[in-house]
Design a binder for this molecule. Structure first.
Ligand SMILES: C[S@@+](CC[C@H](N)C(=O)[O-])C[C@H]1O[C@@H](n2cnc3c(N)ncnc32)[C@H](O)[C@@H]1O
Length: 409
């Protein structure tokens, strides 16, 4: 094991790993510009990690490192993975001389930003948690960025009074909605990058402001710690008992069925299944299918079975389900009839299990026909937007401060 150390060897090793990381991020298309590359080459990533973090973990492309958990053990602060930090900096189109806001502090991303905007620019980093801002302030000072980043305690739901306007805002925490106060502080045109949670599925979206509304220019798959404070939006969670003292947890972002009690006892009923004929090659991502479900499958939920339930014992299942009347179905795969890949389908329980499975399979087929291989674009329309600007046939998702529409060509 290689430990972070201030020895000459440790510093050399970190520099080597930094170079490898940059090459990998370039190779994977996460770093695209010279400015982001230079920032990743300069900032000593390991020095912003918790003490004792293995150097190889600090420089892993996909590793996020938890820095704080709540009383239930849920991660509430972390150093984001290198791939998503790089990608968000690119999505934000940050350039020399800009004024940029980072929501969610930690130090590392603010240091990258400081490198990119340079001495003519300005970086403000806010966090709701004073412990996080204190740590970020110390780390930025220790690493020479103290006078280039202003770190403040603030709940992003209320913007950052006295600061802005910003050319770019990068939100590094899962957001269910876009706070109007933050939008008010974004220049027009300006770029807002945020991990937007849409019916339980997150996309880190690069939005360009066009007058009062926002249009996406990019979207990336990523997970983030949840928003705290006045903008938090907890899921509604139901436990589906299996009759043996174990449960399958169903989490609904919005639109939880009103008569969820109709599911009582369904896990004890005979399981049924339906197959879609839609296949996927091994190792190919189907994250877009989850997003499709989130938008187009009524009753969609995320699921987590306790160890020991039949569902957990199944070798290949995915944490997505649907409730329809007195039926519950979940996404499953089986080996494809031909070739090496897998076929998607649904397994279901309850008197309406066939109906629930059919609704899921119908959307798998719709995704295969209309959504697969194409990138959706997103628009955000704050409350008060001119309704005539919103395409009448665009699918709409309601938020508190506006609506999101999607166009999936
Ligand atoms: C993933 S961490 C930030 C990582 C950081 N940008 C970095 O590069 O290391 C997310 C942070 O968002 C903060 N946060 C959560 N809700 C917030 C809110 N409403 N306003 C501001 N910060 C918030 C959390 O305290 C947490 O520290």
């Amino acid at each position: 094991m290689i430990q972070v150390a201030d020895t000459h060897d440790g510093a050399d090793r970190a520099a080597d790993l930094r170079a490898v990381l940059v090459d990998e991020l370039r190779g994977r298309g996460k770093i695209a510009t010279a400015a982001v590359e230079a920032a990743f080459r300069r900032v000593p990533r390991e020095r912003f990690m918790p003490d004792g973090t293995d150097l190889t973990v600090a420089y892993g492309v996909d590793n996020s490192v938890v820095t704080k958990r709540d009383e239930h053990g849920v991660a509430i602060s972390s150093v984001s993975a290198a791939y998503i930090q790089a990608r968000m900096l690119e999505q934000a189109e940050v350039r020399s001389g800009m004024t940029v806001l980072e929501v969610g502090s930690g130090g590392l991303n603010a240091a990258y930003l400081a490198e990119i905007v340079g001495p003519q620019g300005r970086v403000v980093s806010v966090d709701i948690d004073p412990e996080v801002t204190a740590r970020a302030t110390t780390l930025l000072e220790q690493n020479g960025y103290g006078d280039r980043v202003r770190v403040l305690v603030a709940d992003a739901e209320h913007g950052v009074p006295g600061e802005g306007p910003f050319d770019a805002v990068i939100v590094t925490v899962g957001a269910w909605d876009i706070p109007p106060a933050l939008l008010d502080q974004l220049r027009n045109p300006g770029v807002l990058v945020l991990p937007l949670i849409m019916n339980g599925v997150t996309r880190t979206i690069g939005f360009r402001r066009a007058s009062e509304h926002l249009s996406s220019t990019s979207a990336e798959v990523a997970g983030f710690v949840p928003m705290q404070g006045d903008g938090r939006h907890p899921d509604r969670v139901f436990l589906l008992p299996d009759g043996n003292g174990r449960n399958v947890r169903l989490s609904f972002d919005s639109g939880a069925p009103r008569e969820i009690s109709r599911l009582d006892g369904v896990l004890a009923t005979e399981r049924v299944e339906r197959w879609s004929g839609v296949t996927i090659d091994n190792g190919v991502s189907f994250a877009d299918l989850h997003l499709w479900f989130a938008w187009f499958l009524p009753g969609f939920c995320r699921i987590a079975p306790d160890e020991g339930t039949d569902l957990a014992a199944e070798r290949r299942w995915f944490p997505f389900g649907v409730v329809s009347g007195a039926g519950f179905a979940y996404l499953a795969v089986r080996p494809a009839a031909e070739g090496e890949g897998a076929e998607f389908g649904a397994r279901a329980y309850g008197p309406d299990g066939q109906r629930a499975a059919a609704s899921m399979v119908e959307q798998i087929q719709a995704w295969d026909r209309d959504g697969r291989h194409t990138e959706p674009t997103f628009h955000y329309w704050p409350v008060g937007s001119d309704p005539s600007l919103i395409s009448a046939d665009a699918p709409v998702m309601d938020k508190t401060h506006g609506v999101v529409t999607i166009s999936w060509p």
